[in-house]
Design a binder for this molecule. Structure first.
Ligand SMILES: Cc1cc2nc3c(=O)[nH]c(=O)nc-3n(C[C@H](O)[C@H](O)[C@H](O)COP(=O)(O)OP(=O)(O)OC[C@H]3O[C@@H](n4cnc5c(N)ncnc54)[C@H](O)[C@@H]3O)c2cc1C
Length: 545
């Protein structure tokens, strides 16, 4: 006979939404367990290698959908381990968006002003700092110079990277070996542990069942450390409060699979998915033109040729983040480093010349150090819908690590396409001016759209018909279940989302603590922002005195 454990709070997923919840609830005195489907890696485990079994394949989850693929984190720390740590706050107009539902998408209680103190908390906790021009690596400088040449503006972006510790190795996407990237492994999670929270890696939650006393029984499987297709033992744990934070590609799937046990889900669960309007363009620069037109050179006589040196995105152009522009025509353009091995898979253009195939592709690869990748984040139309859930997890895993087929279907609407084509034209205008480069456009025709910023698949809102959660992040009709990850964000943000996801999670915490108290959990709210283990311990002292 198997026994069922119990806990006050079960947190599902250890990315931004999960780590913040785990910290506050543990610091307030609740018994907290965090189940994370991926492995637990630390700085020394992050390798600078692409081989199977290296951290690169262990910490990612790449789910291929129908018309939209999603790349996310798969480890303790979630997307914060693999992110580029660019942390802008969403522009004011985002909160006033109507999308295609014809009324404000965000709850009336949330605006840029009301979210500001929660953004501040996140900025203090990670911490987030404004990057400066004198520390911007070559690729950022090149994009800025090209923008200036085209009469546009560009700015260094706020970032959660300690630039004094950063070696500009540009391998942060597989986890930062130098702890320069401020992932959740360095702040909220150690602080949660210091307050007694327990994190269990390789524990994948499958579905939830409601108990007679109103608590929830959570069913999980244990994932094999090397071959994620293999699931070992299964188990159950009872929790008075469940915080779902498995990411926007997984949270709705867990809820859909739970529907036969929990009862009817709100209509918006697994609908209104947004890919944050993402799109990639890769430009191949003519180094002579960079020298002649932009007057850029490196000390060793090269003009640019430094794609591999840096730290992901450092410079963005925000000219189109103008609330006066029509909805769906606003976007940001961000210089980005995307490892060429992945870039060639993702950015294949069937009919373009030069092509990504054959001899021309070889030539492209030979020149990879002269690439500049530009990342667009625009306003899409929340057009993603999840089909029936796979048997386990959020995808049918078909390789040992990293790859799976998922149930997400995404058909970009005219609105979304309009934003993309305006952004594509802008990128060409900036980067091809005076023969600076040749831009290789992204194509949806071959591989569909893809996103590293999944959002809105279980969103907050005031209207029960178009939102799954109320403005306190509680799942409508299912008291005691809260969602604090990217799926709660109502729609595309036109900038990188982690800062907003985290601010919303911080904002949701007083309400979740209150709900836990109502369910008999002895917990208080009021822990300061963690600053690693030390401040976490200080917070314990403060709360118990
Ligand atoms: C390559 C890359 C670069 C990025 N760069 C940036 C950037 O510069 N700036 C920015 O703002 N954002 C960036 N992002 C996006 C950012 O990482 C995400 O928006 C953010 O991590 C989402 O937080 P979350 O809480 O929604 O979910 P996640 O951080 O994705 O956490 C969800 C966690 O839940 C786990 N999980 C899933 N299913 C289950 C289950 N069934 N049981 C248990 N655990 C489960 C997952 O393994 C994961 O660890 C980047 C993402 C990628 C992939």
């Amino acid at each position: 006979m198997t026994t069922t454990e119990s806990t006050d709070v079960l947190v599902i997923g250890s990315g931004f939404g999960g780590a913040i919840a785990a910290y506050h609830l543990a610091a307030g005195g609740a018994q907290v367990k965090v189940f994370e489907r991926g492995p637990w890696l630390k700085a020394d485990d992050f390798e600078h290698d692409f081989k199977l079994g290296a951290s690169y394949t262990r910490v990612f989850d790449f789910v291929i959908g129908d018309g939209m693929s999603v790349l996310g984190g798969n480890c303790v720390g979630g997307g914060s381990v693999v992110y580029f740590a660019t942390m802008p706050r969403a522009p004011r107009f985002v909160f006033e968006r109507h999308g295609s539902i014809g009324r404000r998408m965000w709850p009336a209680a949330i605006s840029r002003d009301t979210l500001e103190p929660w953004y501040d908390r996140v900025a203090e906790a990670l911490p987030v700092t404004q990057q400066t021009w004198d520390r911007v690596p070559y690729a950022g400088g090149l994009f800025a110079a090209a923008c200036h040449h085209a009469g546009r503006t560009a700015n260094p972006a706020p970032s959660a990277i300690d630039v004094d510790m950063c070696t500009n190795c540009n391998w942060m996407m597989a986890g930062c070996r130098f702890d320069a990237k401020r992932s959740l492994l360095l702040n909220y999670l150690p602080a949660a542990l210091a307050h007694g929270a327990e994190i269990r890696p390789l524990h994948e939650v499958q579905h939830l069942v409601r108990n007679a006393d109103g608590s929830y029984r959570v069913h999980y499987r244990v994932v094999d450390e090397e071959d994620y297709r293999i699931l070992h033992g299964e188990g159950t744990i009872d929790a008075k409060i469940v915080v779902l934070a498995a990411g926007a590609g997984a949270t709705p799937v867990i809820l859909q699979r739970s529907e036969p046990h929990l009862g009817r889900m709100p209509h918006a669960v697994g609908r209104y998915f947004s890919g944050n309007g993402e799109r990639l363009n890769t430009a191949v620069f003519d180094e002579d033109r960079v020298r002649e037109v932009l007057k850029l050179s490196r000390p060793d006589g090269r003009a640019y040729e430094a794609y591999q040196i840096g730290r992901g995105p450092t410079v963005a152009s925000w000219d189109r983040l103008d609330g006066a522009l029509p909805e769906f025509e606003r976007y940001s353009l961000e210089q980005l480093y995307f490892p060429p091995a992945l870039g060639t898979i993702l950015a294949q253009v069937p009919d373009a010349s030069p092509s990504w195939f054959g001899r021309e592709k070889k030539e492209m690869l030979r020149r990879w150090q002269s690439w500049l990748t530009i990342f667009t984040m625009s306003e899409d139309d929340n057009e993603g819908v999840f089909g029936p859930p796979p048997e386990t997890g959020n995808a049918h895993r078909f390789s040992q690590q990293m790859l799976g087929h998922g149930p997400l279907r995404y058909r970009p609407t005219e609105n979304t396409r309009r934003g993309w084509s305006l952004a594509d034209a802008d990128v060409k205008d900036i980067l091809e001016r005076d023969g600076l480069s040749r831009v290789m456009p992204w194509t949806n025709d071959l591989v569909g759209a893809y996103t590293v910023h999944p959002l809105a698949s279980c969103r907050i809102g005031d209207d029960p018909a178009t939102s799954a959660l109320d403005d306190r992040h509680e799942l409508r009709g299912h008291p005691g279940i809260f969602v604090t990850d990217g799926s709660a964000v109502p729609g595309a943000l036109t900038v990188n989302p982690a800062s907003t996801i985290a601010a919303l999670a911080e904002r949701a915490m007083p309400g979740i603590v209150r709900a836990a108290r109502d369910r008999g959990v002895a917990v208080t709210y009021g822990a300061p922002s963690p600053d690693g283990e030390t401040a976490g311990r200080r917070a314990v002292a403060h709360l118990r005195s």
